[in-house]
Write a protein that binds this ligand. Structure first.
Ligand code: SAJ
Length: 420
């Protein structure tokens, strides 16, 4: 563990990875363009919420095993963990991967291992090699040359909310640009991963990550489509799914207000972009899941039509339960759309954040305590299945119109409910 690791990108993946590696004994240098985050980390604090993360960061920073900066340093292993969003036309945006790669180029030495962890379109790992070798003609990826470097893709696969556990326990896929790169990378991950480290090539590793998230997207789309069918047919979708799932080979996922997060709502587009003619199902699933927030807004309009100036309360803003991450959140999309339809300020309760993000500052939204929001509301829309909401006494919903998009309320007959 005497290796020095430099991790570029200290977000939801980079920071936990840095903390876990430092905890295993590696000397870790974290890099991020966000100076505020860098300062916090150097103080043993964190800028994102993930269970237990702050404790580990505090410990490894105090032990001198993790430090952060805005610039990379010389290291044995470089890990790139930066965002790979898509552009307006759903085409992958590699700007961050490119700038992260360019930031380490001056520091790379023969024998270094460069790992791309960001979920990436097919061919990105090869592009990284190109960017490096264009600027550093003194380096090579020829397995026979002594000035060789190793370059691989090892996609992150951890679930927000369980990142620290899954970083250690999940199986990993390692795909190098050649066999030596794959071997070197596998050996590195085997030092801290308890799951299997599976070896392949870079392109297969890239597509396998996209495939995992597209698989989930397609399955959630099935559940979301069912929920809209059930709404038309006046059938309770949660009961339906529960019953169908008693079949030994059926396992339907849960419908919701749409699919959010920076992964599942994004990655399938990279497959569609790479093979548009062949990815009909994957493309349709994206469209079904993207349509769900608008469907919920339509339902809110319907149930409010007889109330003059209805007060609307939305419970939850994050993209899923028990986290503070609002990226690509369908709840945010719904709240924004509601502000354009209703005159009154939309009340929002999100127990995981203390203030509204800057991007919502111009909307007529008020962040309110959950109980206050419900008490004031005529219509309550439950958007996220936070434990906090699940633990509430359901009496509070009495005489409210409730749209429960997550199916968490066991609403009795006393409550006027619209469950979709
Ligand atoms: N969702 C539903 N119904 C479900 C399950 C999820 O509506 O039955 C929604 C969630 O509410 C959320 C979205 O889907 O809005 C995504 O949530 P998620 O928990 O399915 O996944 P993520 O985005 O938090 O993490 C996924 C994981 N991928 C898979 O499960 C295949 C994780 O392992 C990946 O590491 C992560 O994407 C990533 O970074 O790519």
């Amino acid at each position: 563990m005497d290796k020095k690791v430099c991790i570029v990108g200290l977000g939801y993946i980079g920071l936990p990875t840095a903390a876990v590696l430092a905890d295993k004994g590696f000397s870790v240098h974290g890099v991020d363009v966000n100076k505020k985050a860098v300062n916090l980390i150097n103080n043993g604090q964190v800028h994102i919420y993930e269970p237990d993360l702050e404790n580990v960061v505090k410990k490894v920073v105090a032990a001198g095993k993790l430090s952060a900066d805005i610039e990379p340093i010389k290291a044995d292993v470089y890990i790139l963990a930066v965002p790979t969003p898509f552009k307006e036309n759903h085409k992958p945006d590699l700007t961050y991967v490119e700038s992260a790669t360019k930031s380490i180029i001056p520091y790379i030495e023969p024998g270094n291992l460069i790992i791309l962890e960001s979920t990436s379109p097919i061919g990105t790992t090869e592009k990284i090699v190109e960017w490096i070798l264009n600027e550093r003609t003194d380096l090579s990826v020829d397995e026979k040359k002594s000035n060789r470097i190793y370059v691989s893709h090892c996609p992150e696969r951890v679930l927000p909310g369980k990142i620290l556990k899954e970083l250690i326990e999940n199986d990993r896929i390692v795909g190098g640009i050649n066999e030596l790169s794959t071997n070197e990378t596998a050996q590195f991950y085997e030092t801290f991963v308890e799951g299997k480290v599976l070896q392949t090539n870079a392109r297969t590793a890239e597509l396998s990550k996209l495939t995992e998230n597209a698989f989930r997207d397609v399955n959630i789309a099935f559940a979301n489509e069912l929920s809209m069918i059930c709404d038309d047919l006046n059938i309770e979708v949660w009961e339906l799914i529960n019953l169908a799932n008693h079949h030994p080979r059926v396992n339907i996922l849960q419908p919701g207000p749409g699919v959010g997060g920076h992964c599942i709502a994004v990655d399938p587009w990279f497959i569609v972009d790479a093979a548009p003619e062949k990815s009909q199902l994957i493309h349709t699933a994206r469209k079904v899941n993207d349509s769900k927030p608008h469907y919920i807004v339509k339902k809110v309009k319907e149930v409010s039509q007889n109330i003059s100036n209805p007060t609307i309360a939305c419970l939850g803003l994050s993209f899923k339960a028990n986290i503070d991450d609002l990226r690509e959140s369908p709840a945010v999309e719904i709240v924004k759309e509601l502000t354009s339809i209703f005159n009154q300020t939309i009340l929002v309760a999100e127990p995981h954040i203390e203030e509204l993000p800057y991007s919502l500052k111009d909307y007529k939204i008020e962040l309110t305590k959950t109980e206050d929001a419900i008490n004031k509301a005529d219509v309550v829309i439950l958007l996220v299945d936070h434990d906090y909401f699940k633990a509430m006494d359901e009496e509070i919903f009495l005489n409210k119109i409730v749209i429960d998009t997550r199916g968490i309320l066991k609403l009795g007959e006393k409550v006027v409910s619209n469950v979709i």
